[in-house]
Design a protein around this ligand. Sequence first.
Ligand SMILES: [Zn+2]
Length: 458
Amino acid sequence: MALRLHNTLTRRVEPFAPLDPVAGPTMYLCGPTVYNYVHIGNARGPVVFDVLAALLRRRYGALRYARNITDVDDKINAAAREAGVPISDITERFTAVYLEEMAALGVEPQSLQPKATEHIPQIIAMIERLIERGNAYAAEGHVLFSVGSYPDYGKLSRQSPEDMLAGARVDVAPYKQDPGDFVLWKPSTDDLPGWESPWGRGRPGWHIECSAMAEAHLGDTIDIHAGGVDLQFPHHENEVAQSECAHGGKPFARFWLHNGMLVFGGSKMSKSLGNVERIHTLLERYPGRSEALRYALLSAHYRQPLDWTPALVDQSIRTLDRLYGTLRDLSDVEATPVIPQSIEDMLDDDLNTPQALAEIARLAGEARKAEGADARREAKSALLGAGLALGLLQRAPSEWIEGVTSNDDDARIQGLIDERIAAKAAKDFARADAIRRQLADDGILLEDTPQGVRWKRA
Ligand SMILES: [Zn+2]
């Protein structure tokens, strides 16, 4: 079976082949705006599309894959003002943090990692082209994209013009010819980052950055554009409009892939609900267990919502305990990873990672039963190969098994106790009881004292 992917443009699963089979496929993923620690939901796209990138490299020998960094944005300006530091302090710090976190989650570093501030000439050139072609206009130091000039506007998100207006944060700015028009360039005051342009000193809007960076590194038409489903409108719709108008109607992306959102106990992750799980916090809470975070992120199909709970992480840790235990029992056997055809078929089926994880469990079961040198070697090759395809099981088993020191375990227990206190405060008694039971299962006894909760090992 050949690779088939769900394309948001057609709302269908379609066979994939690159436009240029010799040079190999091209892929673009919208990256983070670097002004804070990102939450675990922001890692789902990079992890899922990392599995796809590895598959495309295996299949075609080469892949040009760009994952951008948005390092000019009003949220960054606000964060710098609040902290009283230069903007570059914020962007450099959180770019480094983000890349470290992606590495911890096993996401391959990209050779193409364009930053918006390094593409200002390309952004200005693209805006000039849009003005020349009658798709954009300058007004009061701003440049706006004229939505009415592009009849296909809305083809990706398939919303009616009324819905798009309601969905967009409608700005009744007087310089807009149509309320749906969106900003390509805006003026900067002296205290804000800005670049000289034909429209005065200013800075780009967010949408045009991705169009210009994709063009600069991957050409006019790219094979795959990926991102979170929350970016479909307006961000991706606007990218399509800008790029197709700037390129004389040539298609921008042949395949649009959108990953679903993370939910937390059924509700959306949001700052106002206080249920934001930052990657940074999770790495601290589960030291030596970042691979389990990756496993958890792959445990649901990428287009479905993923319910992120502490139980999901715990279960992923226990599963990896078993899988690495199997590999440890096979440590007397020399084997090189060979990706089983069953795994390739499951990933070819629109990246069915939950099925592939179930297959890994099945292969581990076979490996435990295997007898004789040849059968054990083959079983280990298949298990390692299946793991390789998903970016799992590539460490020495001893590193995983002994990786957690007692200090780390203490931190994990304290994390659970803190979470139980928070659950009680939020009157989530079911969760609080579940944590107490889990700790009891691990042989941890809790004691409420005037100084707070103490714990000891039974
Ligand atoms: Zn983008």
